[in-house]
Design a protein around this ligand. Structure first.
Ligand code: SAM
Length: 230
């Protein structure tokens, strides 16, 4: 789903793009984007992840188009010059930073007017349902009422979002939210054997459900696509 949305944007914006991937890790998005001719700066807190990214980019023959910057997402504003990025990815990072509104504001500042942000966040609704289905009713109950969607001190994430909350976060930074999709609406529900037996049908169903409420709203993750107004 995410790639379907990104491909439409890559087709829309002509020419090689300047891309920033905040918390881009080992380059799961950065390297394919560089292979497609775009210049990608990955900002990540982990030196190990960046080392893996650098190796992966070299193996793919795109090292010259991938820049690895070690830094905290919370410090993004000081790492990327304002209004220079055509596309900023911020996937699975807002759940762990200190200051999500500050990071989103820095994403908006890094974008040139008309540039786009691709933001992926963990969905609190899915986390509640998954814990409940797994029999962890206390954890599900804690997640349901916690103001941040965190299950407690042992939770690996500091917060989770719902679609409205995530959209409000981006809007508050001056970004215009254009699309919200669920990621892994169906895929995390079907038995592995069914997924392996017919992956094409699973993909088709996943894509059909991704943009439709209420299916979208129970997906494991929420993908928001937003634009800095011109
Ligand atoms: C779950 S991974 C997501 C990687 C990639 N964005 C993706 O979606 O495949 C989270 C990444 O964020 C990085 N990270 C964690 N805390 C961070 C922070 N405060 N600032 C920047 N990156 C951070 C981690 O090193 C890791 O590479």
């Amino acid at each position: 789903m995410i790639w379907a949305v990104l491909r439409r944007e890559l087709d829309r914006q002509a020419g090689p793009l300047t891309v920033v991937d905040v918390g881009g890790g080992t380059g799961g998005f950065a390297v394919p984007l560089a292979e497609a001719g775009h210049r990608v700066t990955v900002v990540d807190a982990s030196p190990d992840a960046l080392a893996a990214l650098t190796r992966r980019a070299a193996e793919a023959g795109v090292a010259e188009r991938v820049r690895a910057v070690q830094g905290d997402g919370d410090a993004l504003a000081g790492l990327i010059p304002p209004a220079t990025a055509d596309l900023v990815l911020c996937h699975a990072v807002l759940e762990v930073v200190d200051d999500p509104p500050g990071v989103v504001a820095a994403v908006a500042t890094a974008l040139r007017p008309g540039g786009a942000a691709s933001v992926l966040v963990a969905n609190r609704v899915a986390a509640v349902l998954t814990r409940a289905v797994g029999g962890h009713l206390d954890t599900a109950a804690a997640l349901l009422v916690d103001p941040d969607g965190c299950a407690g001190p042992r939770d690996t994430l500091r917060r989770r979002y719902d679609a409205d909350g995530a959209a409000a976060l981006l809007s508050a930074a001056g970004l215009a939210v254009e699309q919200i999709h669920g990621v892994r609406v169906i895929a995390d529900l079907v038995p592995a054997a069914a997924a392996e037996a017919d992956p094409e049908s699973l993909l088709a169903l996943e894509m059909a459900a991704a943009g439709r409420a209420p299916y979208r709203d129970i997906a494991s993750q929420l993908h928001l696509f937003a634009r800095r107004p011109t």
